[in-house]
Ligand binder design. Structure first.
Ligand SMILES: *Cc1c(COP(=O)(O)O)cnc(C)c1O
Length: 388
């Protein structure tokens, strides 16, 4: 009937308009609050150089901490796997997407982390979204560090468990939250190296708290792998292969039964396509370099130490150094000024970090030269933000 189809078109048009209105209004609000985000095309060239808007900058905001994404052995491993297995995995790992390079990677990951077994997911985000709901659910309790990564908050929410946040790095507070709960299953979630602060979680204390309360500790080692030693006693060690390992993919290292359970219960493994074989092969090559090239693994922290000493900042514990500025607009201005001097240091704003703590997040990499670091120190001195 022509009448009704004309009517439904009008309805659709009206909906389209209001959708556009919604998006535009939302974007305007974000702009006013200096919270609008846009993507800048960036070509990562040699070393820590990047090309953006036709200009070459030295990047101090990449998570390729060991410069392995472009390491010849890592690239060669990816090319060989690409030629042999193709570009994509083809399906979920439970169907035909469990290509041979994944098993090799899992064996190497378990050995590297000194755990009984390991399982690889499509990304770190997917690993958390799969692992947490596979272990706890409605009626259970999750105690989580308040500064944990967005995907841990999302995973906790998805699980349906009660979520209580403990004050950043306060194991005592986690203990109180767990003790007060009568839930049958309890889980503690934290990062090992906090992505926006660069500080380390008190993993030993949290292990004690977990033992006392019969809780399971999961640590997200996204920014620790290859940089800071991890504690093999943690029963659930997850992380990503997209940062220091220079590739892509997420993982969980745990005991055999836990890993086997994931194959049946982690939805992001069961219902998502397997990791591309070339990414798995690249990550394996990267892990092998991490296990042998110790000098490379110490460089990021050494550079961070030099930078902090020169600018009178607190001694760093990882490759990440935050310079808290507070105001989001000012952070973006400082970031632009640094770009004018030839350095790429992106500003980090809420909601990635708590309101009022917008910051420059400086990351160091084995790809940098000592001269790159000295240059950045001078650029910061010129901005006179060293004492912020
Ligand atoms: C980057 C990051 C993730 C997500 O890992 P991807 O592999 O990039 O999806 C998870 N947790 C933390 C702490 C991260 O920094």
């Amino acid at each position: 009937m022509s009448g009704s189809s004309g009517e439904s078109l009008t309805t659709r048009e009206r909906r389209d308009t209001s959708l556009e209105d919604f998006a535009s209004r939302k974007l305007e609000q974000l702009s006013v609050q200096s919270m609008r985000r846009d993507l800048s095309e960036t070509e990562r060239s040699r070393g820590a150089r990047v090309c953006r808007n036709g200009r070459e900058l030295i990047s101090f905001c990449c998570n390729d901490y060991l410069g392995l994404s472009k390491h010849p052995a890592v690239v060669a491993a990816a090319i060989a796997a690409l030629e042999r297995y193709g570009a994509g995995a083809g399906s979920s790992r439970l169907v035909t997407g469990n290509n041979p390079p994944i098993s090799v990677l899992e064996a190497d990951l378990a050995a590297y982390k000194r755990s009984e077994a390991a399982i690889v997911f499509g990304s770190g985000y997917l690993a958390n979204m799969g692992v947490v709901p596979a272990l706890v659910g409605r009626g259970d309790l999750i105690a989580m560090d308040e500064l944990s990564h967005s995907c841990m908050h999302a995973a906790a929410l998805l699980s349906g468990a009660y979520v209580r946040l403990f004050r950043h790095n306060e194991a005592q507070h986690a203990d109180e939250l767990l003790e007060a709960s009568s839930s049958e299953r309890k889980m503690i979630l934290t990062e090992t190296v906090f992505s926006m602060d660069g500080d380390l979680a008190p993993v030993d204390d949290l292990l004690d708290v977990a033992r006392r309360n019969g809780a399971w500790l999961l640590t997200d080692d996204a920014h620790g792998l290859g940089i800071v030693a991890s504690n093999p006693q943690v029963p659930l060690q997850m992380g990503t292969l997209s940062k220091a390992a220079g590739s892509y993919g997420g993982y969980l290292c745990a005991s055999r039964p836990v890993i086997d359970l994931m194959k049946s219960r982690a939805r992001t493994l069961v219902y998502s396509t397997g990791l591309p074989p070339a990414s798995a092969a690249a990550a394996t090559a990267a892990l092998r370099i991490m296990s042998t090239d110790h000098r490379r693994c110490t460089l990021p922290l050494r550079y961070a130490e030099r930078f902090c000493a020169a600018l009178g900042l607190r001694e760093p514990e990882s490759a990440i150094v935050p310079i808290i500025v507070g105001d989001a607009a000012r952070v973006m201005w400082l970031s632009d000024e640094l770009a004018e001097s030839g350095y790429l240091v992106t500003g980090i704003r809420p909601p990635t970090v708590p309101t009022g703590t917008a910051r420059l997040r400086v990351t160091f990499s084995a790809d940098h030269s000592p001269e790159d670091v000295e240059g950045l120190i001078w650029a910061f001195r010129a901005l006179a933000v060293s004492k912020v």
